[in-house]
Ligand binder design. Structure first.
Ligand SMILES: Nc1ncnc2c1ncn2[C@@H]1O[C@H](COP(=O)(O)OP(=O)(O)OP(=O)(O)O)[C@@H](O)[C@H]1O
Ligand SMILES: [Mg+2]
Length: 245
């Protein structure tokens, strides 16, 4: 039996005061090591909120998140930051590279956060990752002087720097054209297959969703669909999945 990487139990999230609005209504979700999952749903359905809670960027109002059996609620903020740095990689729609630093320096940042300096092995790993994402030739460029697709590839390399077991991606191709989107998707798939890295990817891109192993759909803060799509014909599935926008 595969190991469980993530277990979310009865996750509730409320925002606002004095009258709180509940946006997640009790999410139960379990993801095995090495799974490649798409998280879909209409705008406002709670995808980013759930991803942020799973990634310990935000705390739930109720329920528990376990990553590799560790209850995130039991960690202090400092412990949580360290755990996140070691276990998870984040890829966002807008990559949040530091513009004044080079591509190589940006990739090294997750390492620098907990080590303070980068030794040769860290630099070698960053170079290896840049090669993997096809950006070795851009390593000394400032992050704001490369293209949008290149910046997103650099963000993927950065997310992989500390060899995370879980990658959380929130619309990673949302601001890219179809050619660059396909490139980024294939890259994430390759990383998943070669390293057994687990992925949970929020996407509005139908092709990307159907190329995942599993589609999880949120509606109004609840999971309304959770199914394996491995090997299924997207065209046949169109009838059962509503438009993603
Ligand atoms: N910090 C916040 N304060 C108050 N309400 C919030 C906050 N963050 C999210 N919400 C609300 O929670 C609901 C879910 O938002 P969320 O960003 O998770 O949706 P989403 O599914 O990611 O949407 P999209 O596809 O547009 O990114 C929305 O109604 C949103 O307005
Ligand atoms: Mg969102």
């Amino acid at each position: 039996m595969a190991d469980t990487l993530l277990k979310a139990k009865a996750i509730i999230k409320e925002f606002g005061a004095p009258v709180p609005t509940r946006v997640l209504h009790g999410i139960d979700l379990s993801i095995e090591c090495g799974e490649f999952c798409a998280l879909i749903g209409n705008s406002g359905s709670g995808k980013s909120t759930l991803l942020n809670i799973i990634g310990a960027l935000d705390r739930p109002s109720g329920g528990q998140v376990f990553i590799e059996g560790i209850d995130l609620a039991g960690l202090t903020d400092d412990e949580l930051a360290f755990f996140r740095n070691q276990t998870m990689g984040f890829i966002f729609q807008f990559h949040f590279l530091l513009p004044q630093f080079t591509v190589l320096e940006n990739v090294l940042i997750p390492h620098l956060i907990y080590r303070g300096k980068a030794d040769k092995s860290a630099r070698d790993r960053a170079m290896y990752l840049l090669e993997q994402v096809g950006l070795l030739h851009r390593r000394d460029y400032k992050a704001n002087s490369i293209s949008g697709g290149e910046q997103q590839r650099a963000a993927i390399a950065r997310a992989l720097m500390n060899q995370p077991r879980l990658i959380l991606a929130d619309e990673p191709t949302g601001n890219l054209d179809s050619k660059n989107s396909a490139h980024i998707f294939n890259l994430m798939r390759k990383i998943n297959q070669e390293n057994q890295t687990t992925f949970l990817i929020v996407t509005h891109d139908r092709n990307m969703a159907f190329s995942a192993d599993r589609i999880i759909e949120l509606k109004d803060g609840l999971i309304v669909r959770d199914e394996c799509v491995c090997g299924q014909d997207p065209n046949q599935m169109l009838a059962v999945i509503e438009p993603l926008y």
